[in-house]
Design a protein around this ligand. Structure first.
Ligand SMILES: C[S@@+](CC[C@H](N)C(=O)[O-])C[C@H]1O[C@@H](n2cnc3c(N)ncnc32)[C@H](O)[C@@H]1O
Length: 289
């Protein structure tokens, strides 16, 4: 695994995913408020990562259970810790270690009944057969249950087009390299098949109706505060370092990133007051008839 530039060590991602869960808390709360209904008794967070949505669901739902599901026990521990911070909690948070690729049975057992709401953010795209995963999740819903897939949107941008070092458009080329990395990562997954249509179509093919998409714009305008600035630098370093072993980064860009990400260099990104954060995240929802 260490030699595979497309393998992801989810336990090692724990700190980053927990940080993102906390940064995006307001977005998770808004999503939960839009999706949870008063009579809901069972919500599920599939591939719960840092537990941001697990916490929001448990804080919004008024009864029953929220189950966080992940392939990585260390991440479930992070989600439990975050969700445990609710004062006066009325909803029980449970966890289940499961690999979605193993099929529905162990999940069905862990849930113990049909789900009212299933949320899956950036997790289904780690399955070789995404349509099979969407159909599996749709099959765990009760009548009127909702499946929400947070997938896609627009890539996040942080840098001016011309940063005065190397060829302009550095972050555009980083996105392109990232896209190629993603395609190779997906091609290497067990039983990988292409899904040559969008997420709303995948929800319809899974038998769901009333399919909609809601997209949220994220914007942090410059100047960022020192904590935000550090998170931008860390996020870019994470992407660049993940890409380096794949050879997908242009060598000249790689040298530019070396300078930008080195705190001992005058070009270090942490010195810049013009960093920003701009992105869009889409949530696609379907309802089981
Ligand atoms: C990119 S992270 C997203 C985490 C979180 N949902 C978020 O939006 O920040 C993908 C998550 O899916 C989990 N995951 C990946 N493959 C999985 C699988 N086959 N079965 C269950 N969970 C999986 C990972 O452990 C990780 O927590």
């Amino acid at each position: 695994m260490a030699d595979d530039p497309y393998a992801i060590d989810w336990a090692a991602e724990s700190g980053r995913l927990s940080g993102a869960a906390q940064d995006d808390a307001a977005w998770y709360e808004a999503q939960a408020a839009a999706l949870v209904k008063p009579a809901d008794r069972l919500a599920v967070d599939i591939g719960s990562g840092g537990g941001g949505m697990t916490l929001a669901l448990a804080s919004t739902q008024t009864q029953g259970r929220v189950v966080a599901v992940d392939i990585e026990p260390a991440l479930l521990a992070a989600a439990t810790e975050l969700a445990g911070e609710r004062p006066g909690a009325r909803v029980r948070v449970e966890t289940a270690v499961a690999d979605l690729a193993d099929g529905a049975e162990s999940l069905r057992e862990a849930l113990g009944g049909p789900a009212d709401l299933i949320w899956a953010a950036a997790s289904v795209h780690h399955l070789g057969d995404q349509q099979a995963a969407v159909s599996l999740l749709a099959g765990l819903l009760g009548p009127g249950g909702r499946l929400a897939l947070a997938e896609g949107g627009l890539p996040v941008r942080h840098l001016p087009w011309d940063i005065g070092l190397g060829e302009p458009g550095l972050e555009v080329r980083l996105d392109l390299a990232q896209d190629r990395w993603f395609a190779a990562m997906r091609a290497g997954l067990p039983h990988s098949v292409r899904m040559p249509y969008g997420w709303t179509e995948a929800l319809r093919r899974a038998g769901l109706v009333q399919v909609t998409t809601r997209t949220t714009l994220f914007e942090s305008a410059p100047p960022l505060d020192p904590r935000q600035r550090q998170r931008v630098v860390d996020g870019l370093a994470h992407r660049v370092n993940r890409l380096r072993p794949s050879g997908l980064l242009d060598p000249a860009d790689s040298a530019t990133w070396d300078a930008l990400l080195d705190p001992d260099r005058p070009e270090w990104l942490g010195h810049r007051t013009d960093l920003f954060r701009l992105s869009a995240r889409s949530v696609h929802v379907g309802v089981r008839p």
